[in-house]
Design a protein around this ligand. Structure first.
Ligand code: HEM
Length: 464
């Protein structure tokens, strides 16, 4: 097979460079071939064409399922975790059906109903923070985002099952994505041998079984209860029907719940941690944002927070400069096709490189600088700004993630005075499938901000 713009460095050296520093690797590659290049670095067992030119991205997104198709097999490595019915693994009509069942539950109009829960969860998590002792913002955000998944997505309320899942799930997920050794069986199927609870696979299947039992009990209870008043995402998924009037089976529901957890927990937490970092790294941005937050009456009404323009620009700029997910899901060329003047044969794997598109100087002058104003000054197309991917695989949780990000950041900033602990700038580091802050964003909580009534006077005196 012929590939365009293949990098000259031997493949095994490229892999080492990629593992050591994926961002530096990408930035060097794009110096050789600015719009598109071929490399064999990520684990699909062959060459991948990485595209970052908006025209190439547009071609892929607008021809999804036709000229290009995201094929679930390429995410097969996650199958033991997310199961056979996960939307991530399905193709063609099966994928289409599953998305049609799931999408309405995530519609932006529904979000208002989750707002109060997110505000309360954030308040509760922050109430326990120690003052003047360094904490890792990333850990705090992981905690908040896990509670959002359990309460808003799974619809669990406090109680034994909630507590058990709250203890089990974070450990399970963190071993999967932050410990290459413990999760090596995902990549090497011959390691999938149950040699007792001390062996990695044995431990994995036992933990998975415990989580599955809890989820299946919840699903069964929810079906029995059949309460039309419930608005959490699991309840909506249970009542969703496809064109033939069929609803999801228990196994489908279980697989989608785990998929939403895997796709939505660490990604959103990481985006929020980056948000806190960039806001406090840029005192002028922090000041301007606080002024905007102080224009609304208390941090009480989720929809007023959601609509704040500068907060939206800050979240967008965070997702541009530190895009959390480096690439779109891989797509396979269906029939020989031309992309940016290069002929690609059927079967070629292509991926949109979100990070590199967001670093294009002609779109984002001084791309390494955090400037939310760019998003107020001009509109970017979905092929220029694409933290949530696009086409038929566009992130299902986009609206929820942005909503959560805005509410959590607004609550924390309005109620607490924070500062970054130490001068070392954060670096992007690959943590599992996301680009996280290498040092976890160390912050100091200096104290509570004065209540809203006195803020108008006090706002100008606060430091960031
Ligand atoms: C800041 C947070 C998030 C980011 C940056 C993000 C990013 C992405 C990206 C880049 C994709 C691939 C799209 C493509 O290939 O075109 C994706 C897919 C997906 N995301 Fe997200 N995501 C986030 C949060 C969430 C949340 C909160 C959920 C659900 C609770 C979620 C569920 C999914 C699912 C199910 C898919 C697969 C869609 C499919 O295969 O059809 N994501 N996301």
């Amino acid at each position: 097979m012929q590939f365009p713009n293949t990098l000259k460095t031997p493949s095994f050296i490229q892999k080492l460079q990629w593992i050591a520093d994926p961002v530096e690797y990408m930035e060097k590659a794009v110096q050789q071939h600015p719009d598109l290049f071929t490399a064999e670095i990520v684990g699909f067992g062959g060459d991948v064409v990485f595209v970052n030119h908006p025209q190439g991205i547009q071609e892929i997104f607008t021809n999804d399922r036709k000229k290009f198709a995201a094929i679930g097999e390429l995410s097969k490595v996650l199958q033991p975790l997310i199961g056979d019915y996960s939307v991530l693994l399905l193709n063609g009509n099966h994928h289409k059906r599953q998305r049609q069942l799931m999408m309405p539950s995530f519609h932006a109009e529904r979000l208002g109903a989750y707002g109060q829960a997110i505000l309360n969860l954030t308040e509760e998590a922050c109430n326990q923070l120690p003052f003047d002792k360094p904490i890792l913002a990333h850990d705090l955000m992981l905690k908040i985002s896990m509670e959002v998944v359990l309460k808003v997505v799974f619809g669990l309320s406090e109680g034994e099952r909630y507590q058990k899942l709250k203890d089990l799930v974070p450990k399970f997920v963190s071993e999967m994505f932050n410990s290459p050794l413990k999760s090596s069986f995902l990549f090497f199927s011959f390691l999938q041998q149950d040699l007792g609870s001390w062996s990695p696979w044995g431990r994995f299947i036992r933990q998975r079984q415990k989580i599955d039992e809890l989820l299946h009990t919840e699903i069964a209870e929810r079906r029995r209860e059949n309460n039309p008043e419930r608005i959490d995402i699991l309840s909506l998924l249970i009542s969703a029907k496809d064109e033939e009037g069929k609803s999801m089976t228990d196994q489908e529901l279980r697989d989608e719940l785990i998929t939403l957890l895997i796709a939505g927990h660490e990604t959103t937490a990481t985006a929020m941690a980056w948000g806190l970092y960039w806001i406090h790294h840029s005192p002028k941005v922090c000041e301007k944002l606080l002024q905007e937050l102080d224009t609304i009456e208390g941090i009480k009404d989720p929809m007023s927070i959601f609509k704040l323009p500068y907060l939206a620009a800050v979240c967008n700029e965070t997702l541009r400069i530190s895009p959390v997910v480096m690439f779109t899901l891989p797509r396979a060329v269906q029939e020989s096709v031309k992309l940016l003047g290069h002929q690609l044969e059927a079967g070629t794997i292509v991926q949109g490189c979100i990070y590199l598109t967001h670093q294009r100087e002609n779109l984002y002058p001084q791309p390494k600088q955090f400037k939310p104003e760019r998003f107020l000054e001009r509109h970017f197309t979905p092929y220029e700004f694409m933290p949530f991917g696009g086409g038929v695989r566009r992130c299902i949780g986009e609206a929820l993630a942005l909503f959560e990000m805005k509410l959590v950041l607004a609550t924390i900033l309005s109620n607490y005075q924070l500062s970054l602990d130490g001068q070392r700038p954060e670096r992007l580091q690959r943590r599992g499938v996301v680009l996280g802050p290498a040092n976890g964003v160390k912050i100091l909580v200096k104290g509570r901000r004065p209540r809203q009534e006195s803020l108008v006077v006090a706002a100008n005196t606060l430091t960031c």
